[in-house]
Write a protein that binds this ligand. Structure first.
Ligand SMILES: Cc1cc2nc3c(=O)[nH]c(=O)nc-3n(C[C@H](O)[C@H](O)[C@H](O)COP(=O)(O)OP(=O)(O)OC[C@H]3O[C@@H](n4cnc5c(N)ncnc54)[C@H](O)[C@@H]3O)c2cc1C
Length: 439
């Protein structure tokens, strides 16, 4: 295979930051590095696609009967160029942290030769593989909302083919690695082991589904069984929040199966779980295992499952020029964009500090993970969760109503309008409003 060293082409003497991935974490990290390090660095983002997919709003588009592919992509090339950040549309194939190189193949047209590029700093923001291919029967009988293909497939089924049968919604087992063991984000706390990668979306889909069934005269919550491999669904939101949620869901009539261990297979008639139980369902909406990309597994920067090991400043302890942000990082549990958002800021600070652009005080900030989730419930209502108790903090907030829905929609507007640069006051204002500090 032809290989070409791209580094040879650059005459720019500044340290080169290569950011792998251009969705929430990649775009956010590149922007934060530029923000804190100014013109001290050259930055290049590599992604196989040149548009950001606004994942959190896929379920809402599906239930509103809109094709999510029409509204949820945002160009990143222009916004990056406006900050003097280069973009290469390519498939990343390999990372060599010892030689400090990345190998990738341009993917605008098939047949390109692979290129090997060196870096001074590397930010891995490649997200994960959503392992639907490991669930027997998913392709034939399963549905999901994790990308626009799955969203559109579900939208068409729901609005055109659904026969009014029972519905099952839940997660396959997540296999977390050992990369965050021993980290203490709050005094006495930890990054606990999760059995599901991200259970805000199943809770969102179950509540929206009940509303959709009712609005369309097809029944209500009692048609829906929600299941989890864990002891408690969305356990990372904290016991108090989940207790309240389950109380409300129980009153609405949802069926609930916990400790299912994993999805064994999906059949035409339902789901078989690893613990031997089954659930009958016409519609099976599932969230798979979030697995690390194959080429990351076995690298000296990766943990036992291929997630990138970092400290709480998002820096790899063995290779200090390597950072991770977003779902690819071992410390990001659950796999939530809101945690990745905080991580991007930390990466920006660390690189700027190395280059002498910010002082020690500004670089001292560390990750304080918080589950921040605004999930649609249909009919203009949403739930808002802000909680850090799972990690050792003492915050657990749950609100439901029209204001969280308003905030969810306005946050997306703000994100699009500012090309991903959500000002800090945007999140603070959302928190103040949702938690009822304004009248
Ligand atoms: C239905 C749903 C709802 C959600 N709702 C919320 C929510 O309300 N709040 C919240 O905080 N989080 C939410 N999340 C989680 C959130 O979407 C993820 O945490 C977030 O997308 C992670 O961002 P990321 O940039 O790390 O990874 P990703 O968004 O997965 O992006 C990874 C990028 O890397 C690129 N890439 C991957 N491999 C390669 C390769 N080999 N070569 C080139 N490019 C590559 C991809 O093209 C992609 O652009 C939700 C998730 C789902 C599925």
């Amino acid at each position: 295979m032809a290989t070409y060293s791209s580094a040879a082409r650059s005459t720019d003497p500044r340290p080169h930051v290569l950011v792998l991935g251009g969705n929430f974490a990649g775009l956010g990290a590149a922007q934060k590095i530029r923000h804190y390090a100014g013109d001290a660095v050259r930055i290049t983002v590599i992604d196989r696609k040149s548009r950001l997919l606004y994942v959190p709003n896929i379920p809402l588009e599906v239930f509103e009967n809109r094709n999510p592919a029409e509204n949820l992509f945002m160009d990143i090339v222009g916004p990056l160029a406006a900050d003097d950040i280069g973009f290469i549309r390519a498939e990343v194939q390999a990372i060599d942290p010892i030689a400090q190189t990345v190998t990738w193949v341009p993917c605008e047209r098939p047949g390109s030769a692979s290129e090997t590029q060196d870096y001074d700093y590397l930010v891995i923001a490649l997200g994960n593989r959503l392992a639907f291919d490991r669930i027997e029967g998913f392709a034939e009988y399963g549905h999901s909302v994790t990308d626009t293909f799955q969203g559109e497939k579900l939208r068409r089924y729901l609005h055109e083919a659904y026969r009014g049968g029972p519905i099952a919604i839940g997660s396959a087992r997540f296999h977390q690695g050992d990369g965050a063991n021993g980290l203490q984000p709050y005094p006495g706390g930890s990054i606990p082991a999760a059995l599901a990668a991200c259970e805000g979306p199943p809770v969102e889909v179950m509540l929206s589904m009940a509303d959709w069934l009712q609005r369309h005269g097809k029944g209500g919550a009692d048609k829906v069984t929600v299941f989890t491999p864990a002891n408690l669904i969305a356990e990372d939101a904290g016991e108090k929040v989940v207790g309240e949620l389950l109380g409300i869901a129980g009153k609405m009539g949802f069926h609930y199966l916990n400790n299912t261990q994993d999805i064994k297979r999906i059949t035409r008639g339902g789901i078989e779980f690893a613990d031997g139980r089954t659930v009958e369902a016409e519609l099976k909406i599932v969230f798979p295992d979030w697995r690390a990309h194959d080429f990351l597994r076995g690298l000296p920067i990766a943990d036992s499952e291929g997630f990138i090991v970092t400290d709480l400043a998002m820096r790899n302890p063995k290779f200090p020029a390597v950072f991770a942000a977003g779902d690819a990082a071992a410390v990001t549990v659950p796999k939530l964009g809101a945690i990745g958002h905080q991580e991007c800021d930390l990466v920006g600070r660390q690189i700027a500090f190395d280059l002498g652009r910010i002082d020690e005080d500004m670089a001292a900030k560390r990750l304080e993970p918080e589950v921040l989730c605004i999930g649609d419930m249909g009919s203009g209502r949403a739930f808002y969760i802000r909680s850090n108790s799972w990690f050792g903090g003492n915050t657990q907030v749950l609100k439901m109503g029209r204001l969280p829905h308003f905030l969810k929609m306005r946050y997306m507007d703000l994100f699009y309008r500012n090309h991903g640069k959500v000002p800090d006051w945007g999140l603070d204002a959302a928190e103040l409003m949702a938690e009822g500090h304004f009248g």
